[in-house]
Design a protein around this ligand. Structure first.
Ligand SMILES: Cc1ncc(COP(=O)(O)O)c(C=O)c1O
Length: 457
C-alpha cells in the first residue's frame, strides 16, 4: 500500500484483539535458566512455588514449550474495555526531526491506570479469583502497577494489599489515592508491619525504599496470610507472556499495511513491556523468518543490562524470593533517586537476559535529563504527555531517527509508549526548573552490589 495511505492511528477491530498469548520461550534455543530454591539451589518445582503464586500462573511460569496459550474469555472481555490500543504513526515527530525515518509507537496509556500494566494485572487477578483466593499482595514503585492491580482486583471482588516504595508514596499522593479509590490498602515500604521491613529499617534507617524491599514485604504477607498469594507486575515469564498482547496487536496493525519495522525499542525496568512488545517479532527472528534490531533502554542510574552481571540473584532485597538468573546489579543495590521509579529495579527478566546474553537484543543506558528533553519534545508535537519510564524509549527512538537523518536511511522504527505521565509532574517541574541532575553509579558503587551476589555454581 502506498506510503501516504498509512493513517495517523491504526486501530484494529475489537474482533482482532488476540485470543492467545504468545510464549517466546517456546522458540528460544537457549531457554531462560530456571528459578532456583535458595535453600537447596535446585530448580523450583510447582509445589515449591505454590505457597507464593497462584496455581495456573505457576504453570505459565514454568512452561517453556507451548508457543500459544489461550486467553480466557473473561480476560478477553476485560481487554475490550481499553483494547485494542492504537498504533500511532508519529508523523508530527518525524516532521519536527526532519528525518526520513518512519516512526510508529504503540500507545498503552489509554486506560485509567495509565500504563500497560493492566494487561497482566487483569490476568493475574482472574487466576487468583478462579482459585478461590481472598486476595493478593504486591509491591509498586512508581504506582502504575499498584493502580492497575487495584482496578483488576476490584473488578473481580478480590482484596488487594499494596506495598508502595516510600519515596513514591510520599511524592505521589494522588497515585496512592487512585489505588484506595479502587479499594486497595496501600502501605509505604519499608514498613514496620512486616518482619523483613523492620529488619531493613534497622539496617538502613531513613531509607526511602526500593522495589526489592517492597517485594520482600509483599511476599511475607502473602505467605503468612490465609487465602492470599503474591503477584508481581514485571520480571516473571508469566508477565511477559501476558504482555505479548502489545506485540501481537502491533504486528497485526503493521501487517495490514505491509510495514516491517527495522528497529524495535522499549524501556526496560523488569522487562515486561519490552518483552511483550518484541515477542512476536523475536519469535520470527528466532525461527529465522525475519530479522529485526531490538533495543532495550534503561536508566544510566540503574544499568542492569549494560553494566550488570549475568548471574543468579535474589529478586528482592530481603532475600526471601527464589533465585533468578538474570542481568543484575545485586539485590542489595539501591539505585539513586530517579524520576522513572518503574525502572529502578536491580535485575532484569530472565527471558530478556538470556536473549541479550545470546546477542539477539541490544541495550542502551540513558541519562534522565536527556530523557526529559525527549519527553518534552515528543509531548509538544505528538500531544501525549509521556511517563518518564516510557520516555526512555522515546529518547532512543529520536536518537535513531536522527541517525537516519545523517545517513539518509529511511528506516522504520517502532517503539513502545507504555504510559502517561500525569502523576509525574514533580519530575517534570524539576526538569523545567533546571533542578534535575544525572547520577551515574561508579564502578565501586556497582562492586558493592556485586559483592552481595549469592554464590551459585
Ligand atoms: C509506564 C511504565 N513503563 C514502563 C515500566 C517498566 O516496567 P517493565 O519493564 O516491566 O515494562 C513501568 C513500571 O512501573 C511503567 O510504569
Amino acid at each position: 500500500m502506498a506510503e501516504n495511505k498509512i493513517p495517523y492511528k491504526i486501530y484494529l477491530d475489537e474482533s482482532e484483539i488476540p485470543t492467545k498469548w504468545y510464549n517466546v520461550r517456546a522458540d528460544m534455543k537457549n531457554k531462560p535458566a530456571p528459578l532456583l530454591n535458595p535453600a537447596t539451589l535446585k530448580p523450583m518445582t510447582h509445589a515449591d512455588l505454590a505457597p507464593v503464586f497462584c496455581d495456573e500462573l505457576i504453570d505459565q511460569e514454568l512452561d517453556d514449550t507451548d508457543a500459544y496459550i489461550d486467553i480466557p474469555e473473561e480476560i478477553q472481555n476485560f481487554y475490550k474495555m481499553y483494547r485494542p490500543s492504537p498504533l500511532i504513526r508519529a508523523y508530527f515527530l518525524e516532521k519536527a526531526l526532519d528525518t526520513p525515518a518512519k516512526i510508529y509507537y504503540k500507545f498503552e496509556g489509554n486506560n485509567t491506570s495509565g500504563s500497560h500494566k493492566l494487561n497482566s494485572a487483569i490476568a493475574q487477578a482472574y487466576y487468583a479469583k478462579k482459585q478461590g483466593l481472598k486476595g493478593v499482595t504486591t509491591e509498586t514503585g512508581a504506582g502504575q502497577w499498584g493502580t492497575a492491580l487495584s482496578m483488576a482486583c476490584s473488578y473481580f471482588g478480590l482484596d488487594c494489599k499494596v506495598f508502595m516504595v516510600k519515596v513514591s508514596y510520599e511524592q505521589k499522593p494522588f497515585r496512592r489515592e487512585v489505588m484506595r479509590t479502587y479499594g486497595a490498602s496501600v502501605t509505604p515500604s519499608p514498613s514496620t508491619t512486616t518482619e523483613v521491613g523492620r529488619k531493613i529499617l534497622k539496617a538502613h534507617p531513613g531509607t526511602t525504599g526500593s522495589l526489592g524491599c517492597a517485594i520482600s514485604e509483599a511476599v511475607e504477607v502473602a505467605t503468612h496470610t490465609d487465602g492470599y498469594r503474591y503477584v508481581l507486575g514485571s520480571v516473571l515469564n508469566q508477565v511477559l507472556l501476558h504482555q505479548s498482547v502489545i506485540g501481537l496487536e502491533a504486528k497485526a496493525a503493521l501487517d495490514k499495511y505491509n510495514v516491517k519495522p527495522d528497529i524495535i525499542i522499549g524501556c526496560a525496568g523488569g522487562g515486561s513491556n519490552l518483552g511483550g512488545l518484541i515477542s512476536p517479532f523475536m519469535g520470527e527472528k528466532l525461527r529465522g523468518e525475519n530479522d529485526y534490531k531490538f533495543i532495550a533502554v534503561e536508566p544510566a542510574s540503574c544499568p542492569s543490562l549494560t553494566r550488570g552481571k549475568f548471574a543468579y540473584d535474589f529478586c528482592d532485597t530481603g532475600m526471601i524470593c527464589p533465585l533468578a538468573k538474570m542481568y543484575t546489579l545485586g539485590s542489595g543495590f539501591i539505585p539513586s533517586a530517579n524520576h522513572a521509579g518503574g525502572l529502578r529495579f536491580h535485575g532484569m527478566s530472565s527471558t530478556l537476559s538470556q536473549l541479550y546474553h545470546d546477542g539477539l537484543m541490544e541495550a542502551r543506558a540513558v541519562e534522565q535529563t536527556s530523557v526529559f528533553a525527549a519527553a518534552e519534545q515528543f509531548a509538544r508535537v505528538e500531544g501525549i504527555l509521556p511517563a518518564p519510564e516510557s520516555s526512555h524509549a522515546i529518547r532512543v527512538a529520536i536518537d535513531e531517527a536522527l541517525k537516519c537523518k545523517e545517513t539518509g536511511e529511511e528506516k522504520t522504527i517502532l517503539f513502545g509508549l507504555t504510559g502517561t505521565g500525569y502523576f509525574d509532574m514533580v519530575a517534570y517541574q524539576k526538569y523545567n526548573d533546571g533542578e534535575m541532575s544525572d547520577y551515574i553509579p561508579t564502578d565501586a558503587d556497582l562492586q558493592q552490589g556485586f559483592d552481595g551476589l549469592p554464590k551459585v555454581d
